[in-house]
Design a protein around this ligand. Structure first.
Ligand SMILES: Cc1cc2nc3c(=O)[nH]c(=O)nc-3n(C[C@H](O)[C@H](O)[C@H](O)COP(=O)(O)O)c2cc1C
Length: 423
């Protein structure tokens, strides 16, 4: 997804969670989104406008009569130029005013002036009683009927000390929802992968120790899913071989999801599915080691020695390397690319893996870098080829990284497919 040129109108209202809008704003700016913050008067009492001005490099609006450009009417201009409007946090008051069509300050006036085709997202945050109040729920139902997306607040201990629903949704899931909406409004890419069969692995494997415990890793599956979606939207027929993922499986008629929770099951499924694929992308974080023995019953606590300690040893054996197995099984009409998630010697380790696994390209990412690697929405990767070429990419959303990966391997893929047809 190309985020360049996309404009976000970020509304902030008077909730104790207003400070978290600064984090959201910072993440939007880092993704290259041109963000403008509009604060209610109450929000401006919780958090200062200079914070948003510094994070967005745009003027911050709060007063409907404050018009920096004499040739433009600020609220109309902002509302009409926005690719997406998000109100986070949304107070009970702003939700009520928006549902009633009140326009008595800059934010509510912008909301009313937003064209119906522009996606609007609302992330409420308030005390549980306010959230559960029939008035608030009725207002939210009204907004839903008008096509507004409501990002349900989380449950937990609230700032007021109560426990219940009302905490602002995690910034990461707000960001996910924004990116998903922007995706929907982005014009469909050219269908250059039509007829190409893609097999993508995603997520973490879970290696059982006993019926309740397992060894796993921090992979969310977001990168693999972004690749599956990007390929499907460019016309490919995709099989997503999925380990454990922390996000929803993609719903796309061109994606078939096959689940494989352990390294062994994923290895078996990959080898079974690979002959029917033109392109294999190994984005899953497959365990390198798995317990030698899996206990049939839950392992009981051990009795402690005189010092009060006790220990349990779990013997691990190395698992089969899926990318290497696929790389060595590859026909001349197939392309195989892998991922190298490294915490040191990134490029040297990645280059070695290209050779030993017989890959056509590797995507190397430094998992210790900010905004890259596991469980975040962005990635900063370097692409490497067997002939020594490298292409470092800036920090991008995982979806944009996926598009760049597909762009980079497209020429090789089509030349191999054409050669096999001609042969
Ligand atoms: C300390 C404090 C915390 C508040 N937190 C919230 C909140 O989380 N959610 C909410 O809906 N209102 C909250 N309020 C009340 C709103 O600030 C108040 O209803 C205000 O009129 C909202 O104005 P706005 O919707 O124009 O921003 C809080 C007020 C105070 C003083």
């Amino acid at each position: 997804m190309a985020l360049d040129g996309k404009k976000i109108l970020l509304g902030v209202s008077g909730s104790i969670a207003a400070y978290r809008a600064a984090d959201l704003c910072s993440q939007l700016s880092k993704l290259g989104l041109d963000t403008t913050a509009v604060l209610t008067a109450a929000a401006a009492r919780f958090i200062g406008t200079p914070t948003f001005q510094a994070l967005t490099r745009n003027p911050v609006y709060s007063d409907v009569f404050d018009e920096p450009e004499s040739k433009r009417i600020a609220h109309i201009d902002l509302a009409q130029s926005a690719s997406l409007v998000i109100v986070a946090p949304a107070s009970a008051n702003i939700i009520a005013k928006y549902a009633a069509g009140i326009a008595d300050d800059m934010l509510t006036t912008c909301l009313l002036a937003t064209p119906p085709t522009t996606p609007v997202l609302i992330a409420p945050a308030m005390n549980t009683v306010m959230w559960e109040h029939p008035a608030t729920q009725a207002n939210l139902a009204t907004l839903r009927l008008r096509g507004v997306t409501i990002l349900t607040p989380a449950s937990g201990v609230l700032a007021c000390g109560d426990t219940g629903t009302g905490k602002l949704a995690p910034v990461e899931s707000i960001l996910d929802a924004i990116l998903a909406q922007l995706d929907r409004v982005t014009p469909i890419k050219h269908q250059d992968f039509t007829g190409i069969r893609v097999l993508v692995t995603a997520g973490a494997t879970r290696e059982p120790i006993d019926p309740v415990r397992f060894i796993t890793n921090r992979s969310s599956g977001k990168m693999g899913i972004a690749l599956a979606l990007a390929a499907a939207e460019r016309g490919a027929c995709v099989t997503l071989l999925s380990g454990h993922i922390t996000v929803a499986s993609p719903l796309n008629p061109k994606i078939t999801v096959v689940n494989a929770q352990t390294a062994e099951l994923m290895h078996r499924a990959a080898l079974q599915l690979f002959p029917e694929a033109d392109l294999f992308i190994g984005a899953a974080a497959v365990a390198d080691f798995t317990p030698v023995d899996v206990n049939d019953q839950k392992i009981k606590k051990l009795s402690t020695d005189s010092s009060g300690s006790s220990s349990l040893t779990v013997h691990l054996r190395q698992t089969a390397d899926i990318a290497a197995a696929v790389g060595h099984a590859k026909r001349t009409d197939q392309v195989v690319i892998g991922f190298a998630a490294e915490s040191e010697n990134l490029l040297a380790n990645a280059a070695r893996k290209i050779e030993t696994k017989n890959l056509d390209m590797i995507v190397a990412n430094d998992i210790t870098a900010d905004g890259a690697g596991f469980d975040v929405d962005t990635n900063a990767v370097t692409l490497l080829w067997p002939d020594g070429r490298t292409l470092p990419l800036p920090q991008l959303s995982k979806r944009e990284v996926a598009e760049r990966i597909l762009d980079s391997l497209y020429p090789l893929l089509t030349s191999r497919l054409q050669a096999s047809v001609g042969a």
